[in-house]
Ligand binder design. Structure first.
Ligand code: PEP
Ligand code: MG
Length: 587
């Protein structure tokens, strides 16, 4: 009985800030059941009919979800479901399943084996983009199978939630998260994932408190248990004692009024008490978040992750389609800038649906600029669209995952070719559009002086830089204890990058999650960073932190951080400063 149990506190990774308390609904790790049965000739038509009805029902469900997602989250999320619908409309695949049924197999088995084979074929082709299609097929396969076998799926349940709940799951796929009735989801907590895993990124953009990487929360909690999710500290408290509940009630009230209060600085600059100003911008994953960027008082967009335009859809986005998207973002934030990062597919990005990627080391594999340079056709189309959008706003281009000089030179060459084409066609664009790179591999830091000659800015990608420097997978909760942003090696690499940028006369920002962590942001400020780009939701808190400290203190603590080897001491030294006037910032 909930309430009779002792309180249990689980620690995970704080993925999205905020506090929530409520009743749990649990989605443990489970796959759909695939019954196997040989059938008689007389049953064939019955099975085909069952299959047709299940497909029709699945399409109906998809249509409903699509409309809901489109109205609540926007078209780019909704397109996932167009792709799913098209898979179900493919008559060749349907004929294959039908012929398997005619060979004497029940509908579930026939359907599952044909779809599994397609999934496997696509997966083995090894192309990141194609693998994403395999993920769509898997989602569709599970949907149809659950309709056939009469069981409900996680995403169905999430889209149908009637009461306010805390969602506890082994993992949530992008489709699950997109379909959540978010007004009913108070918070979520998952067994797997890191701070930069897809679920975490989605949670922040939905502004739902979340803790990930809890390892076994889905087996520790039962439906109906009382649970507190503390997205600020990365804790989940199961069956909280009455005093704990009272403490959290107070704290969440205080936190809510604190975050509301922060918005009063919306239109003010991020300037320290002693007059040092930095640029404070926001990261987005979808153009629909642009409203949130403005609402939270960010100065433009420091990182627009464009991957979502490419995933979960049938075919590639056209140049015009991309142009319309980029143009709408550029127009919405101008005269402030938007830094559009060319697609960074690969690694764990949006591939969390796959539990066993076939690349042995996907983070070290075919991702980011490597993919772009291998698929120049896709890259050129994106560059054309971005450049065209540069005619209407303050657009900058950024390449991800640069690890060597040749890559950068080659990417710039492709960009020059695209500019020549546009010029020849008489298409307008900003010929002086700034180009920069993500500095997110240790090799890029080491040769930063060489790279700086070919770009106008650096944006440090600390999410990846930390994982590559410390050899600790950013999405793996088992090594999360090693993933330490304040590790001296990470701080020294960041400082080195900042110093090289200054010496080279280019500006330097940081768009990884360190910008959203107040302690790290304080140290970065002290190191002389020019720009921080954080999740829109946390921009007000970062701004408040900057406005409440002295640059001279930040510089002193940063110097200390670069000398000491103990991250705990660095955190403590920073806390002493940023918590002085605003203890809420210590949350
Ligand atoms: C980073 O690596 O810090 C970054 C901002 O890029 P992403 O999280 O998209 O890899
Ligand atoms: Mg990165």
């Amino acid at each position: 009985m909930p309430g009779d149990r002792d309180e249990v506190v689980l620690s995970g990774i704080a993925a999205s800030p905020g506090l929530a308390m409520g009743k749990a609904i649990v989605f443990a790790k489970r796959d759909v059941r695939v019954p196997f049965r040989r059938i008689q000739a007389g049953e064939v038509e019955v099975e085909i009919d069952r299959l047709k009805r299940a497909i029709a029902e699945s399409k109906r469900q998809l249509g409903e979800i699509r409309d809901k997602v489109a109205s609540e989250m926007g078209e780019s999320y909704a397109r996932i479901f167009d792709a799913h619908m098209m898979i179900l409309e493919d008559s060749r695949t349907f004929q294959e399943v039908e012929s398997k049924i005619r060979d004497g197999y029940n509908a579930e088995f026939a359907f599952n084996s044909v779809f599994l084979r397609h999934e496997k074929d696509l997966w083995e082709k090894g192309d990141v983009y194609i693998r994403d299609r395999a993920g769509d097929i898997r989602d569709v396969r599970k949907r149809v199978l659950s309709v056939l076998s009469g069981t409900r799926r996680v995403s169905q349940e999430l889209s149908d939630l009637q009461t306010d709940v805390i969602v506890i799951a082994h993992d949530l796929s992008p489709a699950d998260t997109a379909q959540m009735r978010k007004e009913k989801v108070l918070a979520f907590a998952t067994d797997i994932g890191g701070r930069t895993s897809h679920t975490a990124i989605m949670a922040r953009s939905l502004e739902i408190p979340a803790v990930v990487g809890l390892q076994n929360v889905s087996s520790r909690v039962s439906d109906g248990d009382s649970v507190i999710v503390d997205g600020n500290r990365g804790k989940v408290i199961i069956s909280p004692a009455p005093e704990t509940q009272e403490r959290y009630r107070l704290e969440s009230r205080r936190y809510a009024s604190f975050t509301r209060g922060l918005l009063k600085f919306r239109d003010l600059p991020a300037v320290t008490i002693d007059g040092h100003t930095i640029m404070l911008s926001a990261n987005i994953e979808s153009h629909e978040e642009v409203g949130s960027v403005i609402e939270h008082g960010a100065q433009g967009i420091g990182l627009y992750r464009t991957e979502f335009i490419y995933i979960g859809r049938e075919g590639l986005p056209t140049e015009d389609e991309q142009y319309e998207i980029y143009k709408s973002v550029a127009e919405a934030v101008k005269p402030e800038p938007v830094i559009i990062r060319t697609m960074d597919l690969g690694g764990d990005k949006f591939l969390s649906a796959f539990e066993s990627p076939k690349e042995m080391n996907p983070y070290l594999g075919w991702r980011g600029i490597r993919f772009c340079l291998a698929r120049k056709d896709i890259f050129q189309t994106q560059l054309r669209a971005i450049l065209r959008a540069s005619a209407v706003g303050n657009v900058k281009i950024m390449y991800p995952m640069i690890s060597g000089l040749d890559e950068l030179i080659e990417a710039n060459k492709v960009l020059d070719e695209v500019k020549d084409q546009l010029k020849a066609e008489g298409v307008e664009f900003d010929a002086d559009c700034e180009v920069g790179i993500m500095v997110e591999t240790p090799s890029a830091v080491v040769i930063a002086d060489e790279l700086a000659r070919h770009v106008r800015f650096f944006s440090i990608g600390s999410n990846d830089l930390i994982q590559y420097t410390l050899a600790a997978d950013r999405g793996n909760e088992k090594v999360a204890y090693l993933y330490e942003p304040l590790h001296p090696s990470v701080l020294r690499l960041i400082k080195q990058t900042i110093d090289v940028a200054k010496r080279s006369g280019i500006w330097v920002g940081l768009c990884g999650e360190m910008s959203s962590d107040l302690v790290c942001a304080f140290i970065l400020l002290g190191m002389g960073i020019d720009e921080l780009s954080a999740s829109p939701y946390v921009v007000p808190a970062v701004k408040e932190m900057v406005r409440s400290v002295y640059f001279s203190d930040a510089k002193r603590v940063a110097e200390f951080a670069l000398k000491t080897t103990d991250p705990a001491k660095v955190r403590q030294a920073a806390m002493e400063n940023i918590g002085k006037e605003f203890p809420e910032l210590l949350l």
